[in-house]
Design a protein around this ligand. Sequence first.
Ligand SMILES: [Zn+2]
Length: 144
Amino acid sequence: MMSEAEVRAIIDENICDLRAALGVHEWSIDVGYSTSPGGSVATCTADPKRHRATLVFNPGEFDDESEVLQFLLHELLHLYNAEVHLYSDAVHPLVSEREFATLEVFRTNATEHIVHCIECLLKHTFNKTAKKLIAAVRRREAKG
Ligand SMILES: [Zn+2]
């Protein structure tokens, strides 16, 4: 279990380099912290029209730095398929709330699956963890 200050320091130190590694510069990203016990470990809420996103981390759910960085990677990867929210916005007025809730379950599961596949591709095919992606950006920047 980590404190908010510890998690915040890790995020602040690494988010720019991880964003550079993933090429998600066009997004304006706010980071928040929620300490609700039993809540989500981390979430990403994205508005693809405005390229604005909010990441929220629950510090009490993390055990160490590498776990924080893997979740930071996971939440940033959600930006790759954030465009799917436009589908939700378009479909919402066309269906009942009950139908929309069902469609949202499928959309959420599909986006989690896509993010999971990208994580697996990075880790198992390219041997890239969040830490390695960040290190690669720093080596590239050090060379000028
Ligand atoms: Zn996710």
